[in-house]
Write a protein that binds this ligand. Structure first.
Ligand code: IMP
Ligand code: MG
Length: 399
């Protein structure tokens, strides 16, 4: 499952819904910058690191592509039933997120001043950066790699006390003890026994480090083609991607958002859709549906099936606009991004095909929603197979 926008498409809820059909749920990218919210009855659960299938009794896998923060993992396991630990397997190759990485995230953001990325400050970028420098500790390094000492020296040079570092190492060992293994090999084993694994992406396609709106992106790959690499499995094991899109657009942090809405309608959507970051609590920027961006994301991921989420939010909103193409320096274009400047300069060309105002979902898919499904299928060339119309697990319609 991949996000087709800038994250927060509602993947957490849908993973939880679909988990029933799988034997395991896996994370393959990102780290605790993610915030996956699952609502069951009155209870709201937000996961940052543990795969969203945690509450479904499924096997939980964290692939090598994930930046693992043992401190966050400890906190999440604390609020989950004890038996969850017994279902969790983490790849020993995961890069760790250290206290230094969190400090560095803040220092680098402050250095950028006005051009800050608006990161979650969870140390995710620095952790992947350390990996590229060959300085990151991996999860398995915690158990007996002499380089822990060398790393401690390095970290102390940049302001983390050596004792603080070693305390963190000890704490991290306690958290991960007995949980590490070869996740890729486990996936292949599950599959060969006839089982299946749901891979859940964190963030969205347009935040991909290579193909997103660089540099205003996250530090990992968020697209379907990263599943095999992030999990350590052959490409043929990754299966068919399901793309998730919200009926409008949101973005947290800086960077271009061509269809951004200014004024009261954006406040209304933010408030009805509860569009506040699950990790940082920041208000999300809100925009209209952007077909140019969506076509780009669908093409990159090779998505044929999509899930449409938060359709109920539009029931409260009188207006409904869809961006069908961009205008750049007087010329109409359907290219999502030729460059960062291009994406910053484009003006959306809108159409208002119908209104979603007043649609009710208590007795199945209302006519307005059917219109939207047909419209999306026709304009995006995909099949809409799921519609989500509320936070609760039960508010999902399969088509
Ligand atoms: P980082 O991933 O913390 O480095 O943040 C980089 C950019 O990605 C910022 O704009 C964040 O707001 C955004 N971001 C990171 N994780 C998420 C997520 O789970 N949902 C939405 N945006 C995210
Ligand atoms: Mg989120």
């Amino acid at each position: 499952m991949v996000g087709l926008q800038w994250g927060d498409e509602g993947k957490g809820k849908l993973v939880d819904f679909l988990a029933d059909q799988f034997d395991a749920v896996a994370r393959f990218n990102g780290g605790s910058n993610a915030g996956h919210t699952v609502v069951i009855g009155e209870k709201k659960h937000t996961f940052h690191l543990v795969p969203s299938g945690a509450l479904k009794g499924k096997e939980l896998l964290i692939g090598a592509g994930v930046a693992l923060d043992p401190v966050v993992l400890k906190e999440e396991l604390k609020v989950l039933p004890d038996e969850v630990r017994g279902r969790l397997l983490i790849d020993g190759r995961c890069s760790l997120v250290s206290p230094f990485d969190k400090k560095l995230d803040i220092v680098v953001e402050e250095m950028r001043g006005n051009s800050e990325i608006g990161t979650t400050r969870r140390g995710i970028g620095p952790s992947y950066g350390m990996r590229a420098l060959r300085l990151a500790l991996t999860a398995s390094d915690l158990f007996g790699n002499p380089d822990v000492k060398a790393s401690s020296k390095f970290y102390s040079q940049v302001g983390v006390s050596p004792t603080g570092f070693l305390t963190w190492v000890e704490e991290s060992k306690l958290v991960t003890k007995g949980l590490l293994g070869d996740v890729g090999s486990r996936v292949v084993e599950v599959s060969q026994k006839g089982g299946s694994v749901l891979f859940e992406a964190s963030q969205g396609t347009l935040l991909d480090i290579l193909h997103g709106s660089y540099p205003y992106v996250t530090s990992s790959h968020t697209i379907a083609s990263y599943i095999p690499a992030g999990m350590g499995i052959p490409p043929s094991y990754a299966g068919e991607p399901l793309g998730v899109m919200k009926c409008y657009t949101t973005r947290v942090g800086s960077g271009p958002l061509p269809t951004e809405i200014k004024g009261p309608t954006s406040d209304q959507i933010r408030s009805v859709g509860n569009e506040y970051g699950a990790t940082t609590g920041r208000p999300r920027r809100v925009g209209w549906l952007d077909l140019v961006a969506l076509r780009y994301a669908i093409r990159l991921n090779g998505v044929k099936n999509i899930a449409v989420s938060k359709i109920d939010v539009l029931s409260e909103v009188k207006e409904f606009q869809v961006c069908v193409s961009y205008r750049h320096l007087g010329t109409e274009t359907s290219d999502f991004q030729q460059s960062l400047e291009h994406l910053q300069e484009v003006e959306p060309i809108y159409e208002s095909p119908f209104t979603m105002h007043g649609a009710e979902y208590d007795r199945g898919l209302p006519p307005q929603a059917k219109k939207l499904v047909n419209y999306l299928e026709a304009t995006l060339g995909v099949r809409v197979s799921l519609v989500s119309h509320g936070e609760d697990r039960s508010r999902t319609i399969e088509l």
